[in-house]
Design a protein around this ligand. Sequence first.
Ligand code: ATP
Ligand code: MG
Length: 457
Amino acid sequence: MTLPLSPGAAKALVLLRGAGYEAWIVGGCVRDALLGLAPKDYDLATSALPEQTKAVFAGRPVVETGLRHGTVTVLLEGEPLEITTYRVDGAYSDARHPDEVTFTRSLREDAARRDFTINAMAYAPGAGLQDFFGGREDLAQGLIRAVGTAERRFREDALRILRALRFAAVLDFTLEGETDRAARACAPLLAGVSAERVSGELSKLLCGKAAGRVLREYPDVLGVVLPEILPMVGLDHRNAYHCYDVWTHTAVAVDHVPPELPLRLAMLLHDIGKPDTFSLGEDGQGHFYGHPRRSVELAEKILTRLRFPRRTRERVLTLVRYHDAVLEETPQRVRRWLNKLGPEAFFDLLAIQWGDASAQAPAYCTRLDHVRRLETMARQELAQAPCLTVRDLAVGGEDLLARGYRGPAVGEALRALLDQVLAGALPNEKTPLLQWLARRDAEKREKTELPKAPPRP
Ligand code: ATP
Ligand code: MG
């Protein structure tokens, strides 16, 4: 059996093996290559000790990325390659990181410390595939199966529970029975895993092609790190717009936006304020007045707690805030929104409204046509090189200074002009803009000068 290798990985194997060591590509790159996917990067495992690895690659750029864990990163053919000495992990006293690692001479022991059978295979050209735990079969069956006893492995490092869900979402696989049972049973241990590790796996999970299914199947596990989702599970909308409970609606909506993190996070969190805002109308219909605002509050708490970068957080919160906004199909209103959010966020908002509508009762999917038309309209507006911000105006601050405007009056005048242009009331041309402004301010002066105070006696 032969698998395609990158030039850098192939060369590293040749150099290490040529120096008399065992060397393999391992983990995710073997899995991906067997699936016919291009590996994102290559990890190598070797019998060489870190100092020996460094000696093999002497004279080349080498970074001691994790010497304590036996990892050296080598730059070969422009590729960074992580080369790790065969190791077994010591005790995990905190369900987070091994207290110590021990180097070993055995590839099998190195494979046994890895999380899932599909991630525990090794390969080298000529030597073939090393598959000690049936990873290839599980790959063919679409199964995530822990190496060894699932419960013990999850107790060693609870992040593996979230990793199992991540691989299920990314590969569209299912958890093997015992692994599934242990994942649910050990889920409370996830509370002890650092926010950064959780958000890293959660992000990949959300961008997976089967994210919606995994969300639907594992609210109990995800609820350990996102307790705010739990009241959504099974919450009936009790209105005609919806055919799913709030959590199922959320999961279906996630699948209907492109796999970009801000969009997927916004979809996950858009209705998280619904449980707190539910009310039953006299007509027997369920309402969720003000839920976007409550969703923003909860989403902000969650994204901060999970240490998402500020920029991601802000993008997500904007989308959650306006996910339910009524967008009118007129060029003026579309220009207003383009001005308010900027084109990128406005198109993101349309994607969110699309995802939201796709997960509603089929009778309300007419909203989809509405979103499509808005998108076309926004593109047409942008194609006309429209004036969307004060900076795009044909009149600048210097024009106003020349006409005697000073200080805050300059900004006010520019904003008033932009307002007229966005409304379509004025063309974005210097003369009409300045004429309008002169007229407006003359009228203003008249109004303030009219009721003159009577002369003092
Ligand atoms: P990706 O394609 O996302 O990089 P990957 O399988 O390469 O997926 P990494 O997080 O890069 O995942 O880890 C590389 C390899 O290290 C895994 O394939 C697995 O063998 C092992 N591994 C990573 N994290 C753990 C863990 N927490 N417990 C046990 N083994 C792990
Ligand atoms: Mg990797």
